[in-house]
Design a protein around this ligand. Structure first.
Ligand code: GLN
Length: 483
């Protein structure tokens, strides 16, 4: 077995026993990236020299001082997370040359633990999309089938972990962007409770929904990385000030007495039969091991997509106003006035999907339509929150498919935005309610991975990780895809 195929927790143990060096691990992962990138295209920037240099320095230091369990482990970072001195483009022409002068909070944690950053990962432009096809720079291919999408918007983050060109990665999730690509690429992805991971340094899409989270090939690695990045940050006004346990140490696959809620609305129309069967088979397996299945109902789910696309676009239209050609990134040439410069810059700098969201957001916030759209969507959000609260009186976790189908073909949904949006049906309610959710591989359909999603109460990440751990015990850990 090559080093790049091993998980973070295995590599961590090897490092502490001096069975290998961080430089060897990093080299193995970077060489794997060199071999797979022409086919997968997960990275926008690879920092080979810097990564190797840092690994070497670390190897020299490691013997002398205490180390974090993730020290020396290679990690890929989604390109909407600010990395000091390292290009951060959000996969947009608008930020094609933007090098942040500061690190995001999560990067301070990643660097503080001496993890090795291999590079920046491809995504849908400004995290808007479900297939990574909205990247200005390139398409990312699903390592399980190169003709298919890796999901989005954190498609690069999921594809790299699946391909073995990163051991773990960070993504961001506004309406499913960690869980959907995790599901399509057969890896584990956690969308944390809103407020548990600082958004400082995450380029904002929809501030009330955005959250950074980990992707990994197994639940233990996911728990380790989440443990590293969660915590209070005074630089994010929505950051929760509380204590967090050691999630990796607390992992326990015993599901005896765990009440698993099954919402009929997530197993209805629009979800492939084969996906439902696969998810339910995994749930039944947990039942055999002592979990209790409870039927629940979340009726407002039918309005969730509409509410999500209204709320997220409204916030995006405001957040993206800062990209005006003055402060950073792209500026059009040959303009006649300031307004002309703004117009040309934004027309040329943003892609179609981003423009669609800005127009939609501006429309739903405009005085004539605010009550009819934005206010209604916020009322739906209240119903969604209330229904989740009621559901969690009857169960500990909710199990659903993470996506209504397995990965679709490249180009398949590009001509039809509403079809693309429909792929988010199982994930958006979680962001609206600020809850945590995890996608864990639960099977394959015709060679393509299926993700089971567990949704939990706020700050119940340990319960979610444990439930996912139990699924993993039955299915087995994901391996780096061989091709
Ligand atoms: N697919 C959803 C969208 O396009 C979710 C994106 C995300 O979570 N960043 O808005």
């Amino acid at each position: 077995m090559e080093l790049y195929e091993k998980s973070a927790h295995e590599l961590s143990e090897m490092l502490s026993k001096k069975e290998c060096s961080s430089e060897e691990i990093t080299l193995s992962v970077l060489d794997r990236a060199e071999a797979t990138e022409p086919k997968v295209g997960a990275y926008l920037t690879i920092c080979r020299e810097e990564a190797l240099k840092k690994a070497r320095e670390l190897d020299n230091r490691l013997t002398k001082q205490a180390r974090h369990p993730l020290a020396g482990i290679p990690i890929g970072i989604k390109d909407n997370i600010s990395t000091k001195g390292l290009l951060t483009t959000c996969a947009s022409k608008m930020l094609y040359n933007y090098v942040p002068p500061f690190d995001a909070f999560v990067m301070e944690r990643v660097n503080g633990a001496d993890m090795i950053v291999t590079g920046k990962l491809n995504m849908d432009e400004f995290a808007m999309g479900s297939s990574t096809e909205n990247s200005h720079f390139k398409k990312t291919h699903n390592p399980h089938d190169l003709d298919r999408v890796p999901g989005g918007s954190s498609g690069g983050s999921a594809a790299a972990v699946a391909a073995g060109s990163a051991v773990v990665s960070l993504g961001s999730d506004t309406g499913g962007s960690i869980r959907m690509p995790a599901s399509y690429c057969g890896v584990v992805g956690l969308k944390p409770t809103y407020g548990s991971v600082s958004r400082y340094g995450l380029v904002a899409f929809a501030s009330s929904l955005d959250q950074i989270g980990p992707l990994a090939r197994n639940v233990t690695d996911c728990a380790m990385l989440y443990g590293l990045i969660c915590g209070h940050d005074g630089m994010d006004a929505t950051s929760a000030d509380r204590e967090y346990p050691d999630f990796a140490k607390g992992l326990n696959s015993n599901v005896k007495g765990l009440k698993i809620g099954i919402p009929a609305e997530y197993f209805g129309e629009g979800v492939d039969e084969s996906v439902k069967t696969s998810v339910m088979a995994a749930v039944r397996e947990l039942e055999k091991q002592g979990a209790e299945i409870v039927e629940i109902s979340l009726p407002s789910t039918k309005y969730a997509l509409n509410a999500y696309y209204i709320i997220s676009s409204a916030e995006a239209s405001s957040n993206l106003a800062r990209f005006d050609g003055v402060k950073y990134g792209y500026r059009a040439e040959g303009y006649e006035s300031l307004t002309d410069m703004y117009e040309k810059t934004r027309s040329e700098g943003f892609g179609d999907e981003v423009k669609r969201r800005i127009m939609l957001g501006t429309f739903v916030l405009s005085s004539g339509f605010f009550d009819a759209y934005y206010k209604k969507a916020k009322l739906v959000a209240l119903d969604i929150v209330r229904e989740f609260n009621e559901a969690f009186e009857k169960c500990d976790v909710i199990a659903t498919p993470a996506t209504p189908s397995t990965a679709f073909r490249l180009g398949e949904n590009m001509g039809d935005p509403t079809k693309m949006y429909a792929a988010d049906i199982c994930t958006v309610t979680v962001n609206i309610a600020g809850l945590p959710a995890i996608s864990v591989p639960c099977g394959n359909i015709a060679g393509l991975p299926v993700g089971l999603q567990f949704i939990g109460r706020k700050f119940s990440e340990q319960t979610l990780l444990n439930a996912a751990f139990a699924v993993e015990k039955n299915i087995g850990e994901a391996a780096a895809v061989n091709f």
